[in-house]
Design a protein around this ligand. Structure first.
Ligand code: 1PR
Length: 535
């Protein structure tokens, strides 16, 4: 029938649902948006990618009669796929800013992960599934990792065991997916889980299809260390958006013309890295601190195009702050972030503005709630907010010389200094601020950051390895995931950072752009070293 090629999508406008749309279209279906409860009842297949906070989602569903329609649709065993919050909302209640009542279709309470046992919260990254029963849509997953990003989870119990089709281990064995008849829901993001994720969606959309992907030989065991490709983006002197790469943040050629170094086109490179097995792709709009990003329509276009066929998480940073344009029109950082999310970003990354927010918080001891970091994480959840730190190493003879956290360095400074602190900078490294990376990291964790992207100006583009002292310091200081960045020159540098520090991910730019070290060879090296990775 004509409706056969249509997927009905329940999107209440709270986050990035573009990727789900793109994935459905990629698999040959049209998307019809739910406008009224009747659209739910009349759906041939319904996808519900819940985003945002539990309470806010329940409010929307209750207000316009969607909750009742959803329950009735599911109770009739009509084809349903809930994703992430779309799984959690099926339970009785959630502790997220609650207790808050859910749809009550599955017995159980959604609770927060416990970070006291050494597991970082949010649970971000590629993890393994333990299949509990025939789940149909997970038939191709077998031994592959899938992508999770959440701080709350439901637990299996005797009361809900008829539902639980797989679990995942992260401190707890929590519910990764449920199935009863034609009703499915998954805690992870199939639309962000690469080929394996697409095969899950395909099996939901074409339930009688053949096996699409042979499970790999190697069984995924636990949360994988992520390898991230980063694209520093800016306009060149001709006004085109290009991928550039600096040496210690200097992106200009040292020639007479002093032109911006160009290493490729953003959309093409992102696609290439996705094919090569990057676990995530980050775009940093490196002149965003001075140019207003919503004036920078090409960057939004880059995100839209990239998310059409890159099915791993996308992060975008640069210029996320309040802004008043030439006509006096005010834009809040939340509007900037919302536009990025609408265009296909899964996470936004804040640099300079997070430094100012942390300074203010440390000075006053009060969370104002007004910083971009706090506002965006309140609305989109802290898992969607990365803070990018751009510190510079400052050597010291004497650790008492500054009022910031100092460390004894592994390699002494140029004048034999044995100590250092890491000074935060803003505006792409142009201005040093009176705050250390350690103090900043702890403050932004309290203000609601879900992850830290830890650069190091001294190491950037040098290919001599990550700053292990810095990454150890920060990854031991916070309980949110830390992405190690700056200085990768070989596959061995990745295994070193994962062996010596508690980094959850490692990011590189130059070696990937110059094709000096392919992503695949980094992954293979890590695998050979016994480090869990997604292959
Ligand atoms: O301050 O919120 O507007 O955000 C600006 C963002 O742009 C920040 O995330 C900041 O890190 C970034 N940025 C600003 N200027 C530069 C520059 O290079 N001139 N790039 C810049 C940061 C660092 C990494 C790089 C790694 C790995 N680049 O992104 O990709 O160091 O490089 P490597 O593997 O080649 O060593 P705001």
């Amino acid at each position: 029938s004509p409706g056969d090629s249509v997927v009905t999508l329940l999107d209440y406008g709270a986050g990035n649902v573009r990727s789900v749309r793109n994935a459905i279209r990629h698999l040959g279906f049209d998307v019809k948006d739910v406008q009224t409860p009747e659209d739910i009842l009349n759906a041939n297949r319904l996808v519900f990618p819940g985003v945002g906070a539990f309470a806010a989602a329940m409010d929307v569903l209750n207000k316009n009669g969607m909750a009742e329609a959803l329950c009735s649709y599911i109770e009739k065993d009509r084809p349903f796929l809930g994703i992430c919050l779309g799984l959690q909302l099926l339970f009785e209640s959630s502790e997220e800013k609650g207790p808050v009542k859910g749809l009550g279709l599955i017995p159980g309470v959604v609770g927060r992960f416990d970070s006291s046992n050494g597991f970082r919260v949010p649970h971000i990254g590629w993890n393994a599934l333990q299949i509990r029963k025939d789940s149909l849509i997970l038939d191709d997953v077998g031994s592959n990792h899938v992508y999770f990003v959440h701080s709350y989870r439901a637990m299996p119990s005797d009361e809900n065991k008829e539902w639980v089709s797989s679990t995942c281990n992260y401190g707890d064995n929590f519910i990764a997916s449920v199935r009863r008849g034609n009703v499915h829901a998954v805690q992870f993001h199939p639309e962000k889980s690469g080929d394996v994720g697409l095969s899950i969606l395909r099996r939901f959309l074409y339930p009688k299809g053949q096996l699409t992907k042979k499970p790999t030989e190697r069984k995924a065991l636990k949360l994988a260390k992520r390898v991230i490709a980063c694209l520093d983006v800016r306009t060149n002197d001709k006004g085109d958006l290009v991928v550039t790469k600096g040496d210690q943040y200097d992106v200009r050629e040292h020639t007479k013309e002093n032109e911006v170094r160009e290493l490729g086109k953003p959309v093409e490179l992102a696609r290439q890295y996705y094919k090569d097995g990057a676990d995530e792709v980050s775009f940093l709009n490196i002149t965003g601190f001075r140019d207003f990003p919503l004036g920078d329509l090409p960057m939004l276009q880059v995100l839209r195009y990239t998310s059409e066929n890159v099915f791993v998480p996308l992060t975008v940073g640069g210029g996320i702050r309040d802004f008043t344009d030439a006509n006096g029109r005010k834009y809040s950082s939340l509007e900037v972030a919302s536009e990025y999310f609408r265009c296909g970003a899964d996470k936004i990354s804040i640099g300079s503005d997070a430094v100012y927010a942390a300074e203010e918080y440390l000075r006053t001891g009060v969370k104002s709630g007004n910083s971009s970091l706090e506002q965006i994480s309140r609305v989109y959840g802290n898992q969607a907010v990365v803070v990018s730190i751009d510190p510079r190493r400052v050597y010291l003879k004497n650790p008492e010389d500054v009022g910031f956290k100092t460390i004894r360095v592994t390699n002494p400074g140029p004048n034999g200094e044995e100590f250092a602190w890491y000074q935060c900078t803003v505006s792409g490294g142009r201005e040093g601020r009176p705050i250390g990376a350690y103090e900043l990291a702890k403050a932004v964790e309290e203000l609601g950051a879900g992850e830290i992207l830890l650069n190091c100006i001294d190491c950037d583009g040098q290919k001599k390895g990550f700053d292990i002292d810095l990454i150890k310091l920060i990854s031991d200081a916070v309980s949110i995931p830390v992405i190690a960045s700056s200085g990768a020159g070989s596959a061995e540098h990745f295994s070193e950072v994962f062996r010596k520090t508690n980094a959850s991910a490692a990011l590189a730019a130059g070696i990937f752009h110059r094709k000096e070290v392919p992503i695949q060879s980094v992954k293979e090296h890590l695998l050979n070293e016994g480090i869990e990775v997604r292959i």
